[in-house]
Design a binder for this molecule. Structure first.
Ligand code: NAD
Length: 340
């Protein structure tokens, strides 16, 4: 893993050479085409793949896998957000091909061993070391083009990794230390991005926090928050980062009363007297996404997710998960009511 602000092309070429790769499959969607072309100039690219779709539908993964086989590639370079990384992971899962990941959002997928694919409204995730990118090149300059609202949502996706890591099933003291620093860095980074969108310092701070967030999530595993977002994302094809942003204050308010150590750590990291109030204040300053209803889902639809969420929720969640409680939580999140 290397941090290389403004140096992606050079750093990726070095990493690919280090792997000894001669035939690269370059994965990059249209939004990042120009920056991908600048990086590709220095690589032995055999095939481009630009069909990048959020939540990695199985059919998209199958087409990309076949292309990798037909083109006899020996490594994958993904340039883009979690969707591009996720597609590279889907190919690596079946082929074992090494990935060089170049993230352009703050989703953090590039630093986890978690893969996800979606079929018929159901998102399946799994853990496999094969999908963990062999190396990651973090170039904060590649995230400057991410619009401020998307930067905020994506950064809060990283913050959600940190907050969920405080109580997810395998959470240990090291995960919680990484998560605390991740919360601090992402909060500071996002506030700087909002006041200075083209500046690099806020972008660098946020990408640093995103890396820590992914490390903590990777070790601690998915908690209730991630389970809720996976169910909603898979069932209703909801935008990933925005769904995480909306749900986070509700899950925090749900768990905080029964997770005093986490509550204290999160409050400290946010520089606030309480975790829930600290996150609320941050959301106000960032003008963060607030309500599920703003993202193309009806109130009736979100209620259909209750059963699947209860089934997926970890038994170790600090607050007992029941259908009634999840239904209330989703109702409030759909309306954008103050979390209670
Ligand atoms: P994304 O990759 O779909 O990107 C969101 C949008 O922003 C897209 O339209 C994309 O083209 C555009 N974009 C990306 N970078 C840009 C840039 N620098 N400038 C301008 N536009 C840019 O969204 P995401 O939130 O990064 O990732 C979501 C996906 O990642 C989901 O499928 C989610 O499940 C997955 N994910 C996986 C993990 C994991 O550990 N496995 C972790 C986080 C997210």
């Amino acid at each position: 893993m290397r941090f290389a602000s403004g140096q992606a092309a050079y750093a990726v070429a070095e990493e690919v050479a280090e792997l000894g790769a001669q035939r690269i499959m370059l994965i990059a969607g249209d939004h990042v085409r120009t920056m991908a072309e600048a990086i590709a100039e220095h690589l032995p690219v055999s095939v481009w793949h630009d069909e990048v779709v959020m939540h990695v539908p199985t059919a998209v993964a199958e087409r990309a896998r076949q292309k990798a086989i037909d083109s006899k590639v020996d490594a994958l370079v993904s340039i883009g957000g979690g969707s591009a990384t996720g597609l590279a992971k889907a190919i690596a899962l079946t082929s074992g091909l090494p990935i060089v990941a170049v993230p352009t959002t703050y989703a953090g997928s590039e630093a986890t061993n978690v893969w996800g694919m979606t079929e018929s409204g159901k998102k399946t995730t799994g853990i496999n070391l094969r999908v963990l990118p062999r190396t990651v090149v973090y170039d904060a300059a590649l995230t400057v083009s991410l619009p401020v609202d998307m930067s905020v949502a994506s950064g809060l996706n990283a913050m959600a990794h940190c907050i969920d890591s405080m109580w997810s099933p395998n959470s240990d003291p090291i995960d919680r230390a990484l998560a605390s620093e991740g919360i601090r860095a992402v909060a500071a980074g996002l506030l700087t991005i909002v006041s200075d969108p083209p500046g690099l310092p806020g972008r660098e701070q946020t990408i640093y926090g995103a890396y820590l967030s992914a490390m903590s999530l990777c070790s601690a595993g998915s908690g209730l928050h991630h389970k809720i977002c996976h169910v909603l994302g898979g069932m209703f094809n909801m935008p990933h980062a925005q769904t995480h942003s909306v749900m986070l204050p509700y899950v925090l308010a749900f768990n905080a009363p029964n997770a005093p150590e986490a509550e204290c750590r999160i409050a400290d990291a946010l520089g606030a007297d309480g975790a829930v109030a600290g996150l609320r204040d941050l959301y106000a300053r960032l003008d963060a996404p607030r309500a599920l209803r703003d993202y193309g889902v009806t109130e009736e639809q979100v209620q259909q997710a209750v059963g699947a969420i209860v089934e997926a929720a970890p038994d170790s969640n600090p607050t007992a998960v029941t259908g009634e409680r999840i239904s209330e939580l989703l109702e409030a999140a759909w309306k954008g009511e103050a979390p209670s």
